[in-house]
Every structure is written in structure tokens, then in C-alpha cells.
Design a protein around this ligand. Structure first.
Ligand SMILES: Cc1cc2nc3c(=O)[nH]c(=O)nc-3n(C[C@H](O)[C@H](O)[C@H](O)COP(=O)(O)OP(=O)(O)OC[C@H]3O[C@@H](n4cnc5c(N)ncnc54)[C@H](O)[C@@H]3O)c2cc1C
Length: 380
């Protein structure tokens, strides 16, 4: 905030990583955030609540998002400084391709972008992959892209400690307080108990629920249910998994990812095919059978695959952007909203909070923010 400027009262709707980070950045800038969260804080039913989230530079040909990852590390470092601890484990990040590089799949495009932007990476052949990842059966012709930095953000620790930091700083947090509707011209938010909150600006970071509050965004995204499974690896593979990179793609044609069991977390596996459209207010619970079904094709490509045990599973809703999974933004009156965060916003959480706070309070033009958030351009 520039000297002499009046602090703004900003109503933040949503207490996931984006809303909490926005409140963090607003409070640091001397503004007065008030955060409303429909569930508890932190909310286990939101997309931000899980043991881990991946952060990685490879983003195919998307130069904007690739660069944004470097900036995201800067924002995480600012957050670690405030929290007094780092909730991140550097492991490097590995994507495995089954396509010849000249066919130009996502990994070939990522390799070209990382090379172009002079970001640290290595191309591994099938032999090197086998040495690095003894827990995989690596098909002939497979190759890998290993990039650094990359690793695991300890998601539930981050949002828990962020909420704690905000409380200690005296930020008004309102858990179990659902926003029902918004008047963006009047800066008014009607709450479920009938009260009206008034602010100079409003930020909506309501994840998969955003379409219910901001009709202009409803048609541009679809809330989807995602399902992940937690595993115990066989004894023969436990040591190798404990030292594994973040897995951005398993050696299979199924679009999949995995988090190694770092810092007391479990080995986790997810697959994009497991997602389906949902109402985030009526999320279908998962089951052991669903977890086994998700794991079944992976047993084939895992060494001693039959010996992996399902020890848990989790469902979460996120909003899938219809625009090539790029983040979607909206400005109306004093309201700034973001959605369409799919499976890739967590890594940008702290950075997105800083940029949303700046946009809501007039420090950053909405048009620049919107282009940047869509991965199109860098903010100067
Ligand atoms: C299984 C899975 C794996 C993922 N993996 C990765 C990964 O590896 N790397 C990565 O970067 N990203 C990943 N993501 C994506 C990332 O987790 C999400 O994009 C991110 O957490 C979204 O944060 P958010 O704050 O926008 O939404 P959320 O965390 O969903 O928070 C939104 C909050 O708003 C609240 N809310 C909604 N409506 C209202 C209302 N009317 N009033 C008050 N409060 C309201 C909700 O209760 C909720 O708590 C993954 C997501 C999932 C589900």
C-alpha cells in the first residue's frame, strides 16, 4: 500500500489456498481482509486439503505457466518466512513419455520449453529411468524429463498454518459462513444467516463452487470430482519410493501422477480419468472398491505391483476450465473472481494470493492480471 493510502476492507470468499493466501497478502499490505468460508477452516472438503500437492516446471508449450512456476517459488519463500517454517520438500519432478520425442507430445513440448527458458532439466533414456525408478517397469523406448526445482508442497500443513497466521495477525475469519449472493456494485455480500457484509472490494476464490456465486463464470467451467488413492508400497520398493521424485506421469498412457511418501505423508496416486462432473455440495463419497479399480492398471507397470496395498483414498471437487484448463477470471464492479483451477492451482497459491490482493486493491490492472492468470503474459 502506498504511503498515506487508506486501507481497504476486502471481503474474501473461500478459505482454500487461494482465499487464505489472498487474505495473507492483503494483511501484509496493510489492508483489512475479512474471510468467509462455508465450511470449517481449513476445510477438508475443499480442493486445497490433502497431504500433498505437486509443484513442477514442465507445462508443455505453455511458457507463461512455466515461468509462473519460478515466480511461485518466490512467493512460497515469502510465505515460509512469515510462517517461520517451510512446508515443501524438494524431490525433483519426473514425467515419463512413451512416445518418440519427435512426435512432440506434452513431454517433448515441455523439454523444448525448459531448454528454451534455460531451466534446469535432464532428459533420461529408458536405462537411466530404470536406475532412477526401480519401482517402475520401464518399457523400451520410454524416456523421462527430470526437472529441478520440483517437489511436494505439504498442502494441509500450508493451509492450516496460513489460517493460524491470519488468526494471530487478527484477521477476521468467519468459518461456517456461506456467502449466498453478491452485489458487486454495492460491495455487498449476503451471508447465509441473512447478514450483509460490506467492503471496498470483494474477492471470490470459491473453487468448484464459484459458478454458484458468480453466474458469469458458471458457463466457463465444470465442477468435477477427483479421486486419489493412498498406498503402502511393498517392502522391496519402500526405500526407493522414500527417495523418489515427484511423479508427473507414470510409464503408462493413462494421464496420471504420484506423490512420494515424504515428510510423514503416504505414497499417493491419481489419474485424470478418475474425474467426473459433480455438484460440489453433494460429493459422492469414495470407496475401497473405487480405490482398487483406480490402482488395478497401475499394478501392471509397478515392480511387484500385486503387493501394493490401498491404505486410504480421498475425494475432492475442483473446477475444470473450458479454456484448455487455463485459470478463469472475472471482474464486475468491485468484485474480482478466479476459478477453473483444476489440478494445477495449488503450486501458485501464494503467488495467486499476492496478485489477487494487488488486483482487488487497484495495484494491478485487472486486464494484466487476467492475461497473466490465463498463462498468456508476464506482469511487468
Ligand atoms: C486430487 C487433486 C490433486 C491436485 N493436485 C495438484 C497438484 O499436484 N499441484 C497443483 O498445483 N494443484 C493440484 N490440484 C489443484 C489444487 O489443489 C486446486 O486448484 C486448489 O487447491 C484450488 O484452491 P482454491 O482455493 O481455489 O479452492 P478450494 O481449496 O476448493 O477452496 C474453495 C473454498 O471456498 C469455499 N466456498 C465455496 N463457496 C463458498 C461460499 N459461497 N461462501 C463461503 N465459502 C465458500 C469452499 O468451502 C472451499 O473451502 C489438485 C486438486 C485435486 C482435487
Amino acid at each position: 500500500m502506498t504511503e498515506g493510502a487508506k486501507p481497504l476492507r476486502v471481503l474474501v470468499i473461500g478459505g482454500g489456498v487461494v482465499g487464505l493466501s489472498t487474505a495473507w497478502a492483503l494483511a501484509k499490505a496493510g489492508h483489512e481482509p475479512l474471510l468467509f468460508e462455508a465450511g470449517p477452516l481449513p476445510n477438508p472438503g475443499g480442493a486445497s486439503h490433502d497431504q500433498h500437492r505437486l509443484i513442477r516446471a514442465p507445462y508443455g508449450a505453455e511458457r507463461g505457466y512455466t515461468r509462473m512456476v519460478s515466480d511461485a517459488y518466490g512467493a512460497w519463500n515469502r510465505l515460509w518466512a512469515d510462517l517461520g517454517r517451510q512446508h515443501y520438500v524438494e524431490t525433483a519432478a519426473l514425467g515419463i513419455s512413451l512416445q518418440p520425442q519427435e512426435e512432440g507430445d506434452h513431454w517433448a513440448a515441455s523439454l523444448a520449453t525448459l531448454r528454451d527458458l534455460k531451466l534446469d532439466h535432464e532428459r533420461l533414456d529408458a536405462l537411466q529411468l530404470g536406475e532412477l525408478c526401480p519401482y517402475f517397469r520401464i518399457p523400451d523406448g520410454a524416456w523421462g524429463l527430470l526437472s529441478r526445482p520440483g517437489g511436494i508442497l505439504l498442502a494441509d500443513k500450508i493451509i492450516g498454518h496460513l489460517a493460524g497466521w491470519l488468526r494471530r495477525e487478527g484477521v477476521d475469519l468467519f468459518p461456517e459462513t456461506r456467502a449466498i449472493d453478491i452485489d458487486p456494485e454495492a460491495g455487498a455480500v449476503r451471508l447465509a444467516d441473512g447478514q450483509i457484509a460490506l467492503g471496498d472490494a470483494i474477492v471470490v476464490a470459491a473453487g468448484a463452487w464459484t459458478g454458484k456465486l458468480v453466474p458469469a463464470l458458471a458457463e466457463r467451467q465444470t465442477p468435477q470430482r477427483q479421486f486419489v488413492v493412498f498406498l503402502t508400497p511393498p517392502k522391496s520398493q519402500a526405500a526407493a519410493w522414500a527417495d523418489a521424485p515427484a511423479i508427473l506421469q507414470f510409464p503408462t498412457a493413462l494421464d496420471s501422477y504420484g506423490c512420494p511418501p515424504v515428510a510423514g505423508t503416504r505414497l499417493k496416486l491419481g489419474a485424470v480419468a478418475a474425474r467426473r462432473a459433480c455438484d460440489p455440495d453433494a460429493l459422492e463419497a469414495g470407496s475401497y472398491q473405487e480405490a482398487e479399480a483406480l490402482l488395478a492398471p497401475f499394478r501392471e507397470i509397478l515392480t511387484d505391483g500385486a503387493d501394493y496395498r490401498v491404505v486410504g483414498y480421498k475425494t475432492c471437487p475442483y473446477a475444470v476450465s473450458h479454456d484448455r484448463e487455463r485459470f478463469l477470471t472475472h471482474r464486475e464492479g468491485c468484485l474480482t473472481a478466479i476459478t477453473g483451477c483444476t489440478g494445477h492451482m495449488f503450486k501458485f497459491g501464494a503467488l495467486m494470493g499476492e496478485r489477487l490482493a494487488a488486483t482487488a486493491t487497484g495495484g494491478l490492472a485487472f486486464e494484466s492480471f487476467a492475461r497473466w492468470a490465463a498463462g498468456e503474459e508476464m506482469v511487468a
